[in-house]
Design a protein around this ligand. Sequence first.
Ligand code: ATP
Ligand code: MG
Ligand code: FE
Length: 338
Amino acid sequence: SIIIAFESSCDETSVSVVKNGNEILSNVVASQVESHARFGGVVPEVASRHHVDNMLYVIDEAIQQANISIEDIDAVAVTKGPGLIGALLIGIQAAKSFAFVHNIPLIGVHHIAGHIHSVQFDYKVDYPAIALVISGGHTELVRMARQDHYEVIGDTQDDAIGEAFDKVARVLKLPYPGGPHMDRLAKEGRHRYDLPRPLMNDGTLNFSFSGLKSAVINLVHNCEQRGDKVIASDLAYDYHQAVIDILQKKINLAMEHYPETKSLIVAGGVAQNSHIRQALMESSERYDLNILFSRPSLCGDNAAMIGAAAHIKLINNQFESLSLNGQSQLNIEEETAE
Ligand code: ATP
Ligand code: MG
Ligand code: FE
């Protein structure tokens, strides 16, 4: 099958052409990061306006690069949520218009299902699987009995992991988004600061990052007040150690609860993190488990992952009418096929 996919849930305008759910014919991503960096975060109104400006160009470019004609396309896929509502609606309107004009069926995709199924481009996933979703807005463990079955078995009680990375980076005066800068800085660091690991030993699969984030912010402020210098690289190092300990502990617990699990998928923007990748790779050797990381270039938001997830819905005949609306909040469990 050939699917053209649209993604505009946050600050990336992306259109991709995907073959059979596992081959990228094109994946054009127009990032707005520079426009938002001076505000230290994504400004929803600015994002919507950029999506409008970029969309037509990105569609043309994706079709050209894929070297296909419109008649080859079997379905139009689009992120229906969750995300910024104004941003989502630009992609949805573009996808609906495309589907209507060319008389092609429409598929609505959950953004996080997209992050998870991005691994299809590099692996054939064995189920049952557990997906660890670590992104700007989510920190979740999702159990998947099949490729179209989603059960949230762990979730963050407060901040998402990527959000915490970005806020900690901000007090260290790193540019936005701070995650990649923290990653780089930690390579030069060593252990110096003792940081908490909230909820690590609470016996549940849930996460909490706000206490860890606050501990770092307080530490920096206290140092500044005393006139001490914070060693940013060491703080970045210890922050990573805390995050990695928490993730490892929860993965261990999930494997104890669900020993039949065959694959661990790690996806979302934070899955690009080199320290997290290395640590989880090493710990997975303890289990009879395939650990499948999303390819670094597909961890951030992109439309190829939406095309991968849409392929499963195409097989299941799960289509949308042209009255499809965006949803800023959307539970992934509702995506489970009958
Ligand atoms: P969601 O997918 O939950 O709706 P989002 O789409 O905004 O949120 P993503 O694009 O998946 O989030 O990920 C963006 C996040 O990934 C940002 O918080 C960014 O700092 C973080 N990130 C990117 N690269 C790295 C890295 N190397 N280390 C840590 N964090 C990173
Ligand atoms: Mg983004
Ligand atoms: Fe995302």
